[in-house]
Design a protein around this ligand. Structure first.
Ligand code: IVH
Length: 698
């Protein structure tokens, strides 16, 4: 017995030593950028730790460095109230306004010091440390409450799980930005493209989306980074912002090195001027500079407005633009026949990535810009994935250039293009004979969000088409494994897997089949609503234009797309074959928990404390109610959460829709359908006043 506990003690010590070593080397690598050991040595130590932890669950620690690899367990994100609200910053694009801001401060407080920082373009996070260990990580949310994403944050290597040095307060928060460096972003999008998944529009969306991933193992692989810029807590022992950041750096936090103390407008301007250009060389995205009063006593005098501190402001850089030559214009034909002109550019560096192509949207847009091959053009990244051309540098236009003539026939099949009323794009109407449309429809059908047929990628679909095996989606269900096995690059095993996946797809629910058909304008959400409303494909096919428009989410444009689809004889033939193949053309009967909400319809809007919006919607269906997307006279109840749009509220009031809270809704259900409130949070401390007490915040 004694020997065993001695051995256990040795193991505990070894675990502790390994944890310390790994955390130290992790910091040297990810924060200091100065590794001392090789990846191989690091991995060896990590493996030893993981094995010991596995054999000795009694020594488990959520902040062990082994947590950094994440787990596949599905996460639930509880809502947590911020102990101090996460305010936003006033911002400006104008140097004059920035100068006025500084003048105002100096009129009130006299000459003072400023700390200039970069404004990181990621997603805000608040980390709480207790006794030097990471206790909790919460997203900004609506500023007063956010989501607990602690397990995901533990995988971000630059976030310390235990603090170094000494002197840290027993309990404090530190706030900053979770960033996705361009290198991680490019890798992630390349992987998603290969897998046929939708791409992230920018690193900010990718960072925010990653934090809400359900599996922390996925987060661990995404290469997030974290830069911290603000401490919050009671009685923090600092007199200035600079001092607090210096200390935080000593405790192991990653604090940007690109910060400066400035004493006047000239120095602030110089900082901004420098970084407006130099940010192009940074490995992560920034969208401005933040100017903050350094001295906490001065901050206290200046105070806050309702939303933001009066002692800090963000100066936003103009969207990065690049000037490059338009070499030529390609025309892409989508699965619905829509034509998109795409610019081929001389490669140019823009916001961290090399841009070679940009969208030109449509003929009108091109005419508006009078854009011509050979022109020097301005490229900008908007919120979308593909950069756009925002202007032409006319001074550099070649003398012999001529206005661009838009195509009149399909570049793929030569069919004359058409324009539908109210549509900016041209279309190729040759649906059944135009290669990219045929392939596009099949590729859409097999997508994960539609029939989820695995093993069939774009290349294989092309191969099947070229070899005359598949011409439309219904042909997939006649395929036999030996036909596939003799195609290049496909062995017997993958052929069998594909066939199995095709056969399994007959189990896919009706709403996804409806989406998979690729009816013009019927997206995933619309298909769900339609399946819910009509309950079967036959009902959809029989519906008149008026009946279609009656369904939620279906407007006139979508209704026309649906009618057009079902008048096409070829489509009807395909549908019959799919029916023969056994695809689900009817919605499944919902199992009801009760009829409490029978024939009542609801709209859910805003954020809620106990449930996500989807949870509420599920509850409504489970108890016999109906979810509607928009407030109208047909709605019985509007369940109003925080932050819901005032327009919706007004409309509901006007129409006499009953407006109820989350707890009213829960009361309607009684205890039956109630999802228990998360047990872990909020902890006592998070329930303290949310108004910042001046003098305690920073
Ligand atoms: S200070 C009281 N410093 O910008 C305000 N914010 O518009 C504390 N941000 O939500 C914020 N870089 O997500 C501060 N160096 C920086 C920042 C920064 C990016 C973000 C942050 C905040 C938003 C405010």
């Amino acid at each position: 017995m004694i020997r065993r506990s001695f051995r256990n003690e040795m193991i505990r010590e070894r675990i502790e030593t390994l944890r310390k070593q790994l955390e130290y080397h992790n910091h040297r690598y990810y924060v200091d950028n100065a590794p001392e050991i090789s990846d191989f040595e690091f991995d060896t130590l990590m493996r030893e730790l993981q094995e010991l932890e596995k054999a000795h669950p009694e020594f488990a620690d959520p902040n062990s460095p082994s947590a950094r690899v994440g787990s596949d367990l599905t996460a639930e994100f509880h809502t947590v109230k911020h102990r101090f609200p996460m305010l936003s910053l006033g911002n400006t694009y104008s140097l004059d306004e920035l100068h006025e801001f500084i003048d105002r401060i100096e009129r009130e407080a006299g000459p003072t010091e400023y700390v200039c920082e970069l404004k990181f373009d990621g997603t805000a996070i608040s980390l709480t440390y207790e006794h030097g260990r990471l206790l909790r990580a919460v997203t900004r949310g609506d500023g007063t409450q956010g989501d607990d994403v602690t397990n995901n944050i533990r995988t971000v290597r630059s976030v310390p799980l235990r603090l170094q040095g000494d002197g840290w307060p027993d309990y404090f928060e530190i706030r900053g930005e979770i960033l996705m460096p361009y290198a991680s972003f490019d890798r992630l999008n390349a992987e998603r493209e290969a897998a046929g998944d939708p791409l992230f529009a920018n690193p900010r969306n990718a960072a925010a989306g990653t934090l809400k991933q359900q599996s922390s193992a996925v987060v661990a692989r995404r290469g997030l980074d974290c830069s911290l810029y603000q401490l919050a807590g009671e009685d923090l022992p600092f007199e200035s912002h600079w001092e607090s950041l210096e200390k935080a750096r000593q405790w192991g936090f990653k604090i940007s090195g690109h910060i400066r103390i400035c004493h006047n407008i000239e120095e602030i301007d110089a900082f901004i001027h420098h970084w407006d250009a130099a940010r192009r060389e940074l490995p992560f995205p920034t969208d401005g500079a933040v100017v903050k009063v350094n001295d906490f006593a001065v901050r206290r005098r200046l105070g806050f407005t309702a939303k933001a501190p009066k002692w800090a402001v963000a100066y936003k850089f103009k969207a990065e633009q690049a000037l490059t030559r338009l070499v030529s214009v390609d025309f892409q034909v989508g699965r619905t026949g829509a034509i998109t002109p795409v610019a081929n550019l001389e490669p140019v560096l823009l916001a961290g990535t090399t841009v070679k192509r940009a969208t030109l949207h449509n003929a009108e847009q091109m005419a508006l810009l009078d854009i011509r091959p050979g022109d020097m053009v301005y490229v900008e990244k908007g919120g979308e994935i593909i950069p756009k051309i925002t202007g032409v540098e006319l001074a550099q236009r070649p003398a012999d250039s001529e206005p661009f003539r838009y195509i009149t026939v399909c570049p793929e099949c030569g069919t004359p293009l058409v324009r539908y009323e109210g549509e900016a794009k041209h279309y190729c109407p040759n649906q059944s004979g135009c290669r990219p449309q045929i392939l596009g429809r099949i590729i859409h059908f097999i997508r994960r969000k539609a029939m989820n047929i695995e093993g069939l990628g774009e290349e294989t679909v092309e191969l099947l088409y070229e070899n005359g095996l598949v011409h439309d989606i219904s042909d997939l269900y006649d395929l036999q494994a030996p036909q596939l096995a003799c195609l290049p690059r496909l062995g017997e095993k993958s052929a069998e897997n594909i066939i199995r996946s095709i056969r399994q797809s007959v189990e896919v629910p009706f709403s996804r089949v409806l989406f998979g058909l690729g009816i013009r304008f019927v997206g995933e959400a619309t298909a769900k609503y339609m399946a819910e409303h009509f309950r079967s494909l036959d009902a959809v096919m029989k519906a008149s234009r008026e009946e279609l428009v009656e369904a939620e989410e279906v407007g006139a444009k979508i209704a026309d797309g649906i009618l057009e689809y079902f008048t096409d004889a070829e489509n009807l033939r395909i549908i019959e074959r799919l029916r023969q193949a056994g695809l689900k053309f009817e919605a499944e009967e919902r199992e009801r928990a009760s009829d409490t909400l029978d024939s009542k319809s609801f709209v859910i809007s805003g954020r809620f404390l106990n449930h996500s919006r989807d949870e509420l919607k599920n509850l409504i269906e489970l108890h016999g109610g109906r979810n509607l997307a928009a407030v109208s006279g047909n709605v019985d109840y509007l369940v109003a959460g925080e932050n819901m749009g005032p327009a919706k509220l007004k409309k509901a009031e006007k129409l006499g829709v009953r407006i109820i809270s989350e707890s009213d809704f829960e009361a309607m259900l009684g205890n039956d359908g109630r999802i228990p409130t998360p047990a872990a949070e909020p902890v006592e401390k998070t329930e303290q006043p949310t108004i910042p007490e001046q003098g305690t915040l920073f």
